[in-house]
Design a binder for this molecule. Structure first.
Ligand code: FMN
Length: 195
């Protein structure tokens, strides 16, 4: 019988693979926040790329535009839930935690410097995500240049670290059919739950 420890290890292995340089089924995650303003009370969900998995700190991170709605939502309420799906293995992983918008300038610069260049071009746009545009082309980065002074988009670059307090693993493959949850207090505590 599979031990809960093995499932916990499998979750972190999957997160590490998802955050790795090669695209994998767990590269893309759906991240849900709580809406604010007109969307108060309405869940807000969107795709983000998993950028880092830190098992020691029990955290993951993703990159975003500091002007995006999700950042305003997370500043108002840091609670966030993420779901990843490995369809080939009929495996779903769900995460819950609290987001920290990186305010450490040295860390933000180091992450920017380590990121692949093509992933950073989008941050050069003068248009905050969600800005109305006359045409799709008007929003292309090279159509307007940038507005953040030094031209590289760094001012718009935001690292969101999510300190996790709940992990959930659901395997519905024929040989699997198991669901486990791990909650954190002084360490991670796992339990089997009904799928
Ligand atoms: C394949 C894919 C990957 C994406 N990755 C990210 C990402 O890593 N970070 C991000 O902020 N938005 C990413 N997006 C865009 C978001 O899904 C979303 O549309 C955008 O961030 C605006 O969301 P918001 O208005 O809720 O803040 C991605 C979209 C797609 C289709």
């Amino acid at each position: 019988m599979t031990a809960l420890n093995d499932i916990h290890a499998a979750i972190w292995k999957a997160l590490a693979t998802g955050a790795g340089p090669q695209r994998s089924p767990l590269t893309m995650w759906q991240a849900a926040t709580n809406g604010i303003g007109e969307a108060a009370g309405m869940p807000q969900v969107r795709t983000v790329v998993l950028r880092d998995a830190d098992q020691t700190g029990g955290a993951i991170s993703f990159h975003t535009d500091v002007r995006s709605a999700k950042v305003a939502q997370l500043r108002a309420d840091p609670r966030i839930a993420l779901t990843g799906l490995d369809l080939g293995n009929l495996l779903q992983i769900r995460l819950e935690g609290r987001a920290q918008i990186c305010a450490d300038e040295a860390e933000r610069r180091a992450v920017w410097n380590a990121a692949r260049q093509h992933t950073l071009i989008l941050y050069r746009t003068p248009f905050a995500p969600g800005t109305p545009l006359g045409t799709p082309e008007a929003g292309h980065v090279d159509a307007r240049g940038d507005d953040d002074g030094d031209g590289d988009g760094y001012a718009n670059f935001c690292v969101v670290r999510v300190v996790l307090d709940r992990l959930e693993y659901l395997d519905i493959s024929p040989d699997g059919h198991r669901r486990a949850v791990f909650r954190r207090d002084d360490g991670w505590h796992g339990a089997w739950i009904a799928p």
